[in-house]
Design a protein around this ligand. Sequence first.
Ligand code: OSB
Ligand code: MG
Length: 369
Amino acid sequence: MKVEAVELRVVELGLRFPFETSFGRETVKRCILVTVHAEGLVGWGEVPVSTAPLYNEETVETAWHVLRDFLIPLLLREPLPHPQEFPGRVAHIRRHHMAKAGLEAALWDLFCQQAGISLRQALGGVRDRVEVGVSLGIEPTVPDLLRRIEAFVAQGYRRVKIKIKPGWDVGVVEAVRRAFPELPLQVDANAAYTLDQAPTLQALDAFGLLMIEQPLAEDDLVDHAHLQRQLRTPICLDESIVHPHDARKAIELGSCRVVNIKPARLGGLTAARLTHDLCAERGVPVWCGGMLETGIGRLSNLALASLPNFRFPADLSASDRYFEADLIDPPVTLNPDGTIDVPAEAGIAPRVNRRRVEAATVRREVFSD
Ligand code: OSB
Ligand code: MG
């Protein structure tokens, strides 16, 4: 594919509910959308960065800079045979995985339109619906959290993840468990604990959680291995796994028993699929995480989650869990059985609501060769 032009835009969409984690509170979704233009077709991708470098080191500004000054010039310089060649072309640019992932997603979308196949087919997915859950932030009070869980369970979500941090953990999980004894439940600490707080995390073993996500620092596979030996509950790593080899190392060390896969964190769909394959070979289940993506990023994650070793419900919820009006039509909806359909059409572009994208755009720039 010979890409003729790339357009970047920053979009802003109000979140229906503020989302609070151990590292901060978001009320507005602000991210970058990428379009690649070739032979009359437009491929869409999302860079699900945040304004502040709290989940990882990237921000809207760093991603814009790296895309404009490094990644886009490398793409415009010569044709790319296939989107899966993109990581090789940009491998000498260190990190900036979200910036890379958004551009690669747009290339996959273009490829699917050219080939007339769905992204699920292009990636080798095997399901047409995926089980999903809902990820809930830290709420002002426990009763607030219980009311929110009840509302989502009533909508049909069959797995709930709640965010924890020191001071909002054992008591909260105990209350949720008491109110919902059978609910598949997991927690996510977003790296808020240290190994000397292991007793608190051990106390969570009593509540039959599916997993504890990223309890310790993102760069610490060794302490996660120490902690996993002290817990019955499986540890799932999110922030720690930024490269397929990190998954291999974490599995070898015993740092986790489950891996959260997010293309944005891993640098794109190609690296995400490699991580999936590597975990599958080692018998380690994975599931698809989310970054509060707009529908544009979420449709691409849904296609990825149709691969066979995605064995836990995904953090991919319906459009109305996040936004009043998503950027795609029709929006993503939840089936009565707690699943979401994997997109079957050839590419995301036909579903993008351009009027709403325009309305949400606060900055744009076009680059061509
Ligand atoms: O740690 O999984 C996380 C959102 C932003 C940043 C980090 C995380 C999350 C979520 C939301 O948990 C998942 C979703 O998109 O619904
Ligand atoms: Mg997480």
